[in-house]
Design a protein around this ligand. Structure first.
Ligand SMILES: C[S@@+](CC[C@H](N)C(=O)[O-])C[C@H]1O[C@@H](n2cnc3c(N)ncnc32)[C@H](O)[C@@H]1O
Length: 285
């Protein structure tokens, strides 16, 4: 892939509402990069934070690098998927200013599309350059039209990192249904927050930038029901994730006995195939 490169940064970026929340994981990754033992080592996050002014007051997360652990878990699953599907289409939904495409470095045969709101993509274009296999797409995920312009393919990977929480449940259902209708088979990798975590996060981001988290998941059965033609193949609780540094593991052991902490943020992986896709039971019957 001709890599997304670096262009001249803007002096400031007045994002509002849901778009402004991209600063939360971005700052977490930059802080991780500067730490003695980085989990992600995301130099792009550090570069962006050093050169662009984003609203961040009231949005500082605790020192626990849960959002970095989340990104690392998602990266690991994305790499695993692409190892088996080197010609896939990746739809990176609500990409923000995240450098997953650089961290994962997909082969040129992959089509990688970073999708986010127009004001976010306009800012993103100052830091990333489109190239062979890499595109940025300005659209709302709730707009049914954008996916019609995306290259069809034999398999798709839909990835959303810290994004579906900002959509209402019906919008998540419709978005996943549109993706599954357009692609015969694929995977979806995304995280969910429970009601407790959603409430905590809303207290921080609503007053700070006017963003609202809307989709809480307390029971994974509600998510499973969105994948009529698929099944859940992975579920990782961030407080027990393998990327969590050892020093946090003992304190988080208490979460075994506190479901609202234990299930605060989970990363999920689903495999799906249309009934008529080659290799499915219906197609081979
Ligand atoms: C918390 S940030 C996460 C950004 C990125 N995934 C990351 O991990 O750094 C949430 C992102 O979702 C995007 N988003 C929220 N609602 C959206 C929508 N309806 N359409 C497109 N993007 C949306 C925001 O603009 C923002 O970039």
């Amino acid at each position: 892939m001709e890599g997304p490169g670096t262009a001249a940064p803007p002096p400031s970026a007045p994002l509002e509402g849901d778009a402004a929340t991209l600063a939360i994981p971005l700052y977490a990754k930059a802080r991780d990069f500067r730490s003695p033992h980085p989990i992600l080592g995301d130099a792009k996050a550090d570069e962006i934070v050093r050169t662009v002014s984003l609203r961040f007051e009231g949005m500082r997360t605790s020192g626990v690098p849960l959002l970095v652990v989340r990104a690392a878990q998602i990266d690991a699953w994305v790499r695993a998927f692409l190892a088996d599907h080197p010609d896939a289409v990746v739809l990176h939904l609500g990409c923000g200013l995240d450098a997953r495409v650089l961290r994962v470095a997909p082969p040129p045969s992959v089509t990688w599309i970073d999708v986010d709101l127009p004001e976010v993509i306009a800012l993103r274009r100052r830091f990333y350059t489109e190239g062979a296999g890499y595109r940025m797409l300005a659209a709302s995920l709730t707009d049914p039209a954008w996916i019609e312009g995306v290259r069809p393919g034999s398999s798709v990977l839909a990835v959303a990192d810290g994004v579906f929480e900002y959509l209402d449940p019906e919008s998540v259902r419709e978005l996943l249904a549109r993706i599954m209708a357009r692609y015969p088979r694929g995977e979806a990798i995304f995280d969910v927050m429970n009601s407790y975590a959603l409430g905590q996060a809303n207290q921080r981001v609503h007053g700070a930038v006017g963003a609202t988290l809307r989709w809480a998941v307390d029971d994974l059965a509600a998510v499973d029901a969105l994948f009529a033609t698929g099944r859940r193949t992975g579920a990782v609780r961030l407080v027990f994730a393998r990327f969590l540094p050892w020093r946090y593991r003992l304190p988080f052991a208490i979460a075994y006995f506190a479901p609202r902490l234990r299930d605060a943020i989970r990363v999920l992986r689903y495999d799906f195939a249309a009934p008529s896709a080659p290799g499915t039971a219906a197609a081979t019957a």
